[in-house]
Design a protein around this ligand. Sequence first.
Ligand code: SAH
Length: 251
Amino acid sequence: MVHFVGAGCGAADLITVRGAKLISEADVVIYAGSLVNPELLSYTHDNCEIHNSAEMTLEDVLSVIQQAERDGKTTVRLHTGDSSIYGAVREQFDALDAMGISYDVCPGVSSFCGAAAALKAEFTLPDVSQTVIITRESGKTPVPDRESIRSLASHQSTMILFLSTALGEKLQNNLLEGGYPESTPAAVVYKASWPDEKVYHCTVGTLHQTIVNNHLTKTALIIVGNCLGNNYERSMLYHPGFSTEFREASK
Ligand code: SAH
């Protein structure tokens, strides 16, 4: 059996209770060493075999899993944040399906949630934006043309950019050309929930300079949108004039 586990975005105690239990019971752990907090490995038992997938290919990972299966062992594949976001899990799922190996998935706290906490932000503010776009600037990994930053920017929704700090200049130009005014609030969150977490507030017009000035080359998210500003309407859900299934509106 293989358990794909979301490690959370940094702080070791942000893993789920279920994820921590799965690690403590695992005979083999394959963890994404570039971003997973190594403190999580202290939850493993003494005989657990540990592999760092940063040094492995997909084929290496699969062969470790296959060997574990032959030995009747349980494997945890530990991914950073939540494995559904840029996790390269689908190719693993398909290979395991082809090999007849069972697996399940335990969710984790993605770094975009960690960044919201660091910013004390609500990404879906009434009357400001009810949409969160999770995307990346195209670099070595291409992004389909129909999802270009320029076209997505036309919505002026909340936008979260993964894997894009090294492409700051291109990103800023595309955000501006796509429709965000220069003064739109933006932020860069470096290592959300890690002890050395840092938050930089800026605007779309000063985004690239902020990245360069603070040497934010990796493990950072860029958040763009008026949800980071100060104008919004209060929610209907908690409004005295609004009835819900649980509460009558006051007259
Ligand atoms: N599955 C992960 C994302 C993996 S892609 C998740 O759900 O968060 C790796 C990218 O995620 C990094 O380049 C960076 O953009 C972002 N990232 C991961 N951890 C982060 C953190 N603690 N703070 C800010 N960004 C982070």
